[in-house]
Design a binder for this molecule. Structure first.
Ligand code: SF4
Length: 289
């Protein structure tokens, strides 16, 4: 396979074939994100993408999952995505699921019929970064979307039949806004009712605006215990119907997992045990993005 720049994928796509259909992120403005800061966004030629698929076919006997990178590849036009998924179906008939990163705006730009057709062609899961349910925090981190827009996009994705995985970042509002972050994020997740929630913990990346804000004292990072309190408050405000929750990312101080709503109380009790000193937090040197 040929890759350009840094290639990122969700943890659950660790065993997927990663195919870059875009380079970089079309938004590329979030203050905490350094993933594609050095990449100039562009759409890859379809011919190049198909060449990559054929190269991979020659190399792998069986490919069950494919992830379309980079940062927000659902920004591609419906026609381009349809062409890519059609090629995947022809080249990898055994492929069970195609995944893709999607911003709320990417989802809203597609009609319901288009999303359903993409699903019929093999698109299985959208990974959407909510990051926070607080409009104040979304504006501060330049996410380019409101909480209401994120809810509408999330609902639309779920109603189209696609799986929706939503990422949230602990500590994104700093000490000043941890309560607001926890409560509003729980409320927005409840309104979206996704299939998966992934909780990361804020890590500072060199060269980002967030790093500068922390260095200059404009934003105060949460200590691990404060992250736990924030997560607890978020759980209290999260009412979803059937959702797998994971905070097992390398950035997290503690790994939590469960299915909501049935494990909500045990997750909260687990956090209480952690806060009572029943667990060691991951050391900073072992945290990573
Ligand atoms: S967080 Fe996502 S949308 Fe924001 S700049 Fe990074 S890749 Fe782009």
């Amino acid at each position: 396979m040929r890759y350009e720049g840094n290639v990122f994928r969700p943890p659950s796509e660790a065993y997927s074939l990663i195919v870059q259909v875009t380079i970089g992120c079309a938004h590329n403005k979030c203050t905490f994100c350094g993933m594609y800061k050095n990449e100039k966004f562009r759409v890859r030629d379809l011919a190049e993408v198909v060449e990559d698929l054929k190269l991979a076919r020659a190399y792998y006997n069986k490919v069950e999952r494919i992830f379309l990178a980079d940062g927000d590849a659902l920004c591609l036009s419906f026609d381009r995505l349809r062409n890519i998924l059609t090629e995947i179906k022809a080249i990898f008939p055994e492929c069970e699921r195609v995944g893709i990163y999607a911003t709320p705006k990417d989802i809203m730009r597609k009609t319901m019929e288009e999303l359903r057709e993409l699903k019929n062609l093999g698109l299985g899961i959208l990974y959407m970064g909510l990051e926070s349910g607080s409009d104040e925090i979304l504006t501060a981190v330049k996410k380019g979307v409101t909480a209401q827009e994120a809810i509408e996009a999330g609902r639309k994705a779920v109603e189209s039949g696609l799986k929706l995985s939503v990422t949230v970042i602990s500590g994104l509002g700093g000490r000043a806004k941890w309560r607001e972050h926890a409560i509003r994020t729980g409320q927005v997740l409840s309104a979206m009712d996704p299939h998966y929630i992934g909780l990361l913990t804020l890590m500072l990346v060199d060269g980002t605006e967030m790093k500068r804000q922390v260095d200059q004292g404009e934003v105060e990072l949460l200590a691990p215990e404060e992250v736990m309190r924030e997560t607890r408050l978020m759980f209290e405000n999260t009412n979803v119907t059937n959702c797998i929750f994971r905070s097992n990312h390398a950035s997290n101080y503690v790994s939590l997992r469960g299915t909501l709503p049935q494990d909500k109380e045990s997750l909260i009790r687990g956090i209480d045990r952690i806060l009572a000193g029943g667990c060691h937090f991951k050391q900073e040197i072992f945290r990573a993005l």
